[in-house]
Design a protein around this ligand. Structure first.
Ligand code: PLP
Length: 559
């Protein structure tokens, strides 16, 4: 492999040339999903144009073409993770489904009351909730490995937590929030000593580390193709053949059977097909083989590629650390380019939405790791996750943008409470004035600024009014909505949120509904209003849904 060139590597990814509102996209949400190289896009197209047929089911030419490509992909994955046999590589639709498969199939058969499952504090919900469901059904206790201040699993008390009662240990190779490599070898060894099975969630590791499942000697290793530059909708469950053979199918139907009869017991197919009920995501699986051809030489063979990844991680970490108010959620530079922090005085969602207005995609919130947020006693954080197609220049642009956010504190003031703030009466902000203003605004950055300014005009609820009963369900940030009926049968709405962007959106919604009767509220077509303001195209689906959650709460409540 020749020397790694980030520019050449980047040129493989057409989406990275995208401009949003005339600004170059800066994609720093790679831990959520990576972008796809041209060869993968081509492979999907090629499959549908020249190979499309169902696999394993017919003797015609196309089916044989598709089946060959499908099984070649399995072999590619086997080699990619050094599994002993393709029987140990099961297609799923992602990490989540792989974990559900193991937890349902193994959990329900192999667990009895009093057993214990061991997880860690930093697990993704995908590696918590499936076990909670099984644990509840089977009367099993979940024990949780704590973390060190550096964000890795703390093994100092491992012998107490992983003990004779432990039947399954399921932990992430690398946390999706902390970006630190866990001491999984130690955990696997300890689990073996007590006869417990091990599942390693490799969702975040797969794009950054060379995985050798035989060397790790874990019982299961799971990951998603989309996190390693492959298509969405494809996941892998690696499992040791001997263990998979003892497990019951997870889902049933076509493909996973040997014989079906109304008069004799149905018999199941051999591995790996026993666990692959129904038609798989064939096109994406075939394209995943091309992904591996493309990415394996980088991840597993190029020291320069890994070195570049480490360098941009270090650089980004140092630059972020130099910003006043940035607090990392754990100590030390992450092992993979996942950097999580909070910015003092700024709501995480405000920082993310402000960066979005610069064309920079990062993520804010709990990152599907609510127990970790609880453990760290934070409500959420901002996560910047890089890939080797990202550049120093992009990092610099983000750092400048964060500096601007910090220094513009006076423009959009910080989390003042109602008492502290100068308030503009909501009455001065009318629906017509908002439509009028937005009709003159071009570009999302200006719209975003206007929403933030509108947020300043919201009359805040006082602390006593921020009651649980007023919490809007379905909104990603905490938001409260108080609805009162007046003597004239109209409604008086007041609301609040810790996030400035949500406060702005609340002003927009409230201006449409405040002072109206139930009938008028029901008649009003809010979608049209949002679309006039150019809102829905730019708000993330969750925040978009949050906007809808506000509307639905109002419509449901007013009578
Ligand atoms: N586990 C970890 C550590 C993850 O980061 C993710 C996704 O972010 C998942 C599991 C779930 O992956 P998927 O949504 O592809 O099933």
């Amino acid at each position: 492999m020749t020397q790694f060139s980030p520019t050449q590597f980047r040129n493989n990814f057409p989406l990275l040339h995208l401009k949003i509102d005339n600004k170059a996209l800066i994609y720093f949400d790679n831990a959520a999903t990576t972008q796809k190289p041209q060869c993968v896009l081509k492979a999907i197209n090629h499959y549908y144009q020249y190979q499309n047929a169902n696999v394993h089911r017919a003797s015609h030419y196309l089916s044989s073409e598709a089946t060959t490509a499908f099984e070649e992909a399995r072999e590619k994955v086997r080699a990619f993770i050094n599994a002993g046999s393709t029987k140990e590589v099961i297609w799923t639709k992602g990490t989540t489904e792989s974990i559900n498969l193991v937890s349902q199939s193994l959990g329900l058969d192999h667990l009895t009351e009093g057993d214990e499952i061991v997880l860690s504090e930093s697990e993704h919900h995908a590696n918590i909730v499936p076990w909670q469901i099984v644990a509840q059904k089977m009367g099993v206790t979940i024990r949780v490995l704590p973390l060190t201040k550096f964000g890795t699993i703390d093994i100092s008390n491992i012998e107490t937590i992983i003990n004779a009662k432990t039947k399954i240990v399921a932990i992430a190779h690398v946390s999706n929030v902390l970006g630190k490599i866990n001491p999984i070898e130690t955990v696997i060894n300890r689990a073996k000593k007590v006869g417990a099975l091990t599942l390693i969630d490799g969702a975040q590791a797969i794009a950054h580390l060379t995985i050798d499942v035989q060397k790790l000697d874990c019982d299961f290793y799971v990951f998603s193709a989309h996190k390693v530059f492959g298509p969405t909708g494809v996941g892998v469950l690696y499992g040791k053949e001997a263990i998979l053979n003892t497990m019951q199918p997870y889902q049933s139907g076509g493909e996973m059977i040997k014989t079906v009869s109304f008069y004799k017991p149905t018999t199941f197919n051999a591995l790996p097909f026993k666990f692959e009920a129904g038609t798989a995501n064939i096109s994406s699986i075939v394209a995943f083989a091309k992904t591996i051809d493309f990415i394996k030489p980088y991840i597993q063979e190029s020291i320069d590629y890994s070195e570049y990844e480490k360098q941009i991680t270090r650089y980004c970490y140092q630059q972020l650390a130099s910003i006043k108010g940035v607090t990392f959620i754990s100590e030390g530079t992450p092992d993979i380019p996942v950097l999580s922090f909070t910015l003092n005085g700024h709501h995480n969602h405000d920082v993310a939405s402000m960066l979005d207005s610069y064309g920079i995609a990062v993520r804010a919130g709990h990152h599907c790791a609510m127990p970790l947020m609880e453990y760290l006693t934070i409500s959420g954080c901002i996560r910047v996750s890089l890939a080797p197609y990202n550049t120093y220049e992009e990092i610099d642009i983000m750092i400048n943008a964060i500096h601007n956010i910090v220094s513009n504190e006076n423009f959009i003031d910080s989390n003042n409470t109602a008492q502290e703030n100068v308030r503009t009466s909501l009455n001065e902000i009318t629906l017509d004035s908002i439509i009028e203003k937005f009709s003159k605004i071009k570009g999302w950055d200006n719209r975003h600024r206007e929403i933030m300014l509108l947020g300043k005009t919201l009359t805040r609820l006082n602390k006593a009014e921020r009651r649980d009963e007023y919490l809007i369900k379905g909104c990603e940030s905490l938001a409260w909505l108080k609805i009162e009926k007046t003597e004239r049968n109209t409604f008086l709405l007041s609301a609040d949120s810790d996030a400035k962007i949500i406060r702005g959106l609340l002003v927009i919604v409230l201006s449409a509904y405040n002072g109206k009767t139930a009938e008028e509220i029901k008649q009003f077509t809010i979608e049209e209003y949002f679309s006039k303001l150019g809102l829905l195209q730019h708000l993330s689906p969750s925040r978009g849904n949050g906007l809808r959650a506000i509307v639905e709460t109002i419509k449901r409540t007013v009578k």
